[in-house]
Ligand binder design. Sequence first.
Ligand code: FAD
Ligand code: SF4
Length: 497
Amino acid sequence: MPGTVRDDTPLWLFADQLSPAAYGGEHAHREVLLVEATSALRRRRYHRQKLHVVLSALRHADRDLGDRATLVQAKNYTDALEHYGRPVLVHQPTSHAAERFVERLHRQGLVADVAPTPTFALPRKDFEMWAGTRTRFRMEDFYRDQRRRFDILMDGRGPVGGRWNYDPENREPPPKKQQTLGLPGPYQPDEDDIDARVRRDLDRMNLDTVGVDGPRLFAVTPTEAQHALTHFVEHRLPSFGRYEDAIMGQDWAMSHSLLSVPLNLGVLHPLDAVEAAEAAYNRRHAELPAVEGFIRQILGWREYMWHLYWHFGPDYENNNALNATAPLPDWWKSLDADAVTAECLRDAITGVRDRGWTHHIQRLMVLGNHALQRAYNPQELTEWFATAFVDGFRWVMPTNVIGMSQHADGGMLATKPYASGGAYINKMSNHCGDCAYDPKKRLGDDACPFTAGYWQFVHRNRDMLAKNNRTRRSVSTMDRLKDLEAVLEQEADRQQF
Ligand SMILES: Cc1cc2nc3c(=O)[nH]c(=O)nc-3n(C[C@H](O)[C@H](O)[C@H](O)COP(=O)(O)OP(=O)(O)OC[C@H]3O[C@@H](n4cnc5c(N)ncnc54)[C@H](O)[C@@H]3O)c2cc1C
Ligand code: SF4
């Protein structure tokens, strides 16, 4: 719906578009409208800290933009726009539902025009050109083209160092005889009067939330995001790649950047993060595998997931190729970590309860793996990830949860399901030594729920797995298990994880 928009048309920013790239540049002269819609806060059962970061971000943007900005508190967005009384310009929002909503507002005359989303590196139309008539997508192809296009870690036409991919170096288990990586703590913003007010307002609103309240751990302004990025590059980037796939019970942040919140709010631009990492390599502060590993996450995975969200379309999130119908258990939904015996799962649920955040491998290989094994309904799970995590936004869920984690798209995104037994978790974490279960056992009181659950998963999905070259062997191994019937019976009766 492009058109010409008047110079004095104000700009409406959603809470995930609080980016200088959105309100600066060609829009630097516009007044800015920000909206706090109470219906959006009440619509779902969000993590308390998620609501805090979103409100804090909006109110900080209002303060930082000074006279330019008007923050309207209203029941919903339509009421806010009607109250504001002037048609607005808005950037393309970040979900299918919001896009349909903005189209409706445009027809009603409340939205004057829609500009492209400025919070990702690659414009949507450029991805569609890249996608062309492809029917199979490989992140690696996309990532290499992103490197070329944005000239990141390039040496002429080839990659710096002669290789595009340092994944093989980036899969180390946690260091032995250490409880933590021994890094300085991650950047933590200082809370201010705005945070205090947000906390008071959230208390007063008496919302139905999950998780505990706690100090704000994530950057919500461009200035804080810059500090968080600098701190990460200085202290964590050098060991980022190496331990990217590892889990340590006593080290919740490890080498991760904690930048997903500022990136998803828009207060940090992905190219700024990527360029800061590249500069650290150029000044020999961090080795190539670490820097490449980090850049791959942002210029590769994050952008890829964003664009596939649009490319696969709104029906993608309804996929349930493995017919997984089990409801999420109450202990899971209420983040009752104390009800969990399995150390790896208890630690991951504790992270979600206390911070609304766990790192990628806990999301994929502990939480996602457990849900996949137990056939939790992928749509319910998507909703859970979107609401229980501080960085959960609609666009990021379907490809990560339906696709990567639950294989509910039948393999459109990943060539095989991310299912694994306790042996993998034992290798990549230091949890099993402290656990009441034994990762080597699939039968008995101390049978590891991941090891036994893996065979339950293979059994339930044997036809699909037998057809896939990468998983066929699991089925033949399962067929040789003499105690399979007993394992399946045990897991069908299991009440405790
Ligand atoms: C089941 C599941 C659910 C997830 N839910 C979310 C979510 O709600 N919000 C979210 O931003 N990410 C999500 N991710 C991706 C990833 O786990 C988080 O981005 C990351 O853990 C955030 O922590 P970090 O900023 O320290 O990341 P780092 O480990 O420091 O990585 C750097 C950045 O790379 C980006 N990134 C890496 N992988 C992905 C990916 N697969 N999708 C999108 N961005 C990626 C993120 O922006 C992240 O900040 C999910 C992954 C899985 C498997
Ligand atoms: S033994 Fe099993 S349940 Fe316990 S920590 Fe290891 S993988 Fe997790």
